[in-house]
Write a protein that binds this ligand. Structure first.
Ligand code: ZN
Ligand code: ZN
Length: 182
């Protein structure tokens, strides 16, 4: 296991505090990342306060993660050690169903979408811990390449808040909704 330092909530009320925990060793499909920046999404606050559903505690929030690759599994060679990468709201899924194959892993038809934190791995037992931490190990299919030219503290919020705004504009859903309203 890999030792990690994070900030965790231990219940719905108290402030977050330092917490040491472990992540899995790097598997064949995994990328190990040293986290450099993590955005604070408003959903982090909702989840820590158990406002959407009972939280899994201790909880390490954070799903707007930017960092540098430090090691790779043998099937993750589309990444390089030292490269900048990002992770958003999901870290795994079944990889096989029509939704997952079409890039809509949030709708995994086997119910195996794994959320970056306050979720369970596909074994339905192991909690996931997010980006308020110094390291993460993630399946390669849920890691994105990040350009060296960008301001990383500005990149982090793109991985949830940014894509949430951009995607409906790009896909025309918002345009359709406005047309329908008027
Ligand atoms: Zn978010
Ligand atoms: Zn699936």
């Amino acid at each position: 296991m890999i030792p990690v330092k994070g900030y965790a909530a231990h219940n719905e009320k108290d402030p977050l505090g330092p917490w040491n925990f472990e992540r899995r060793n790097v598997g064949a499909d995994d990328v190990e990342i040293d986290i450099l920046f993590c955005g604070i999404c408003h959903s982090d606050i909702h989840q820590v306060r158990s406002e959407w559903r009972p939280g899994i505690f201790p909880m390490v929030p954070g799903h707007e993660i930017v960092g540098r690759v430090v090691s790779l599994g043998e099937n993750a060679r589309n990444f390089k050690v030292g490269e900048l990468v990002g992770i958003g709201c999901m870290v795994d899924s079944c990889h096989e169903c029509p939704s997952c194959k079409s890039g809509h892993e949030q709708f995994c038809e086997k119910g195996e979408t794994v959320w970056t934190y306050n979720g369970l791995e596909r074994d339905k037992k192991t909690p996931t811990y997010g980006g308020y931490s110094n390291k993460i190990v993630c399946n390669k299919d849920f890691v994105v390449h990040v350009s060296e030219k960008l301001d990383l503290k500005g990149v982090a919020p793109l991985l949830c808040a940014g894509i949430t705004t951009y995607s409906p504009l790009k896909n025309g859903v918002l345009a359709k909704a406005i047309k329908w309203l008027f």
